[in-house]
Design a binder for this molecule. Sequence first.
Ligand code: WT7
Length: 674
Amino acid sequence: MTGSIDNLLHETRRFAPSEEFQANAVAQAELYDRASEDRPAFWGEQARELLHWHTPFTKTLNWSNPPFAQWFEDGELNVAYNCLDRHVEAGNGDRIALNWEGEPGDSVTFTYAELTAEVKKAANVLLSLGVGRGDRVAIYLPMIPEAVISMLAVARIGAVHSVVFGGFSAESLRARIDDASARLVITADGGWRKGKVSALKPAVDASLTIGGDENPSTVEHVLVVKRGKNDIDWVEGRDLWWHDQIAAADTEHEAQPFPAETPLFILYTSGTTGKPKGILHTSGGYLTQAAFTHKNVFDLHPETDVYWSTADVGWITGHTYVVYGPLANGATQVIYEGTPDSPHGGRWWEIVQKYGVTILYAAPTAIRTFMKLGRQIPDQFDLSSLRLLGSVGEPINPEAWVWYRDVIGHGTTPIVDTWWQTETGAMMISALPGVTTLKPGSAQVPLPGIHIEVLDEQGTPVGKNSGGLLVVAEPWPAMLRGIWGDPDRYVETYWSTFPGKYFAGDGARLDRDGDVWLLGRVDDVMNVSGHRLSTAEIESSLVSHPRVAEAAVVGANDETTGQAVVAFVIVRAETADDDGEADVTVVDATTLGVTALDATTLDALSAELRAHVATQIGAIARPKQVFIVAELPKTRSGKIMRRLLRDVAEGREIGDTTTLADAQVMTVISGTVG
Ligand code: WT7
């Protein structure tokens, strides 16, 4: 998809905001001028205007020790108070905060007063379990109200949450629990997915016993929400029912102020090595940019809008644009437990109709899936309430963009294509809907207060009509404050390519107007359905399987998911020793040829390896295809040439092989695959 950027740049369709939209728009063009006059002062204004500070700050940005930023450092606030109590105190306690829709069709509504009351009780439960300021709490839950309540309760007492997406395996969960030394896990028996209950608690049980008695975890208690009503095992003394604890909890809890740089959460994301990075975010700066972008990019009118982000709280979008941004702004929102196709392909559109959703934020991969299914499905529902659409996670191709606007947005809604990352914490590049003339396929312009550059390899800004590497050239309030427990990796990963500038890992191009077009990752990170996966992590999972000698993973272009995980592996053959026990020996690649294994064995083995990755990392990392090959293409220095593997995986003619140590290898590989 990104290969055809030159075609994309010929895209000539333009969509100016309607007069009506402009007239009522929250964001106005002068935001850009105000921000560029004095960037830290601009963010200071936003922080004062959008948030409640128990102790007002007198300093905006402290950048005396780059790349370790401090924003609003002498100010104090409580994040949960900002998302809850203050709306109740302002007289908006009866406004709906959450319209929760379960997959089977059950639903629950929380007003701001009700959500505040629940979070107060949950905060008291945490305190009664000995969780206090600075302690880490792992949250491993489906998309149920308790996920939001837990996050806010942790924030309220100055503790730190680490939400682990429910699709991750027991092993991935344990790695995250260990890295952050979490004292408590909040989970559920199970949740509804694709028409049935998918169990979660067994993965927690398994994760906490990994390594046996010699390898105890830091977890003292597991709080279990009853949702799936599936049978689960119970560890007396460790496991506690959420509903029992909540029922017994004190209902009063006064939110205490904490310094602006108090850690708020850790969220793990894949990097270029096998070990996920714990991205650390703090309070005041993060909440400022979350609220600012949610309000201005989504043109939020909290009294009338019904906002829905389809993201799971296990990802950064679920943190910033399900929990913190919308609730800080006093928005009314929808959250949905299940998958878009359960029990029928129109489930999302039925929800839009039921709640009168006005703002919808979704991923291009979902849009392309709906596009394939055809417009007859959304056409059965009343989508007239929608007035603004958003896109996030990967580039949205112009065809999908225009379909989204025509079919879902009845040909009139603006679409904001928002570029950002787990690390940036909040949106960085996006149109402002009442201001910008929209260009399908381009994320367009840095938001007010954000300084983006596209650089060549020497670090010189490229001009219009050229491509290069995307950087953020000045600190921003929601920026990550580091990698949990690893300050050197933080400096090395993000700040060493171009000293003093944050390198995002994405390639980008500026068109003739200077608008930004994202070209995808330039490192060994894949983007599958808007989720970040590391080639190295999947490779190391594959080689941990006894039959695998070597593995190389690439992200191949995929029409629906953006990229798909494709693995090439060299297997060891099984032989029987004298003792009759199956044994494993490495087969000489020059003689093996894959014909040494029959087709049924190959199919069975690739299925087994796909399942192995799903068990080890999680279903989202399961390769779409595993090819068993005799050799991998390597340079003379032994580096795997992924470019050539990508050619094979995408069915293209193989590119330049002159730097290969053995040019024959590619004939063998493409013969096998093709
Ligand atoms: C990577 C960040 C931001 C929340 C979801 C993903 C890609 C994200 C866009 C966009 C083109 C995009 C980038 C980025 N990406 N949004 N609008 N256009 N690419 O968060 O897992 O941290 O991944 O997603 O490649 O680096 P993430």
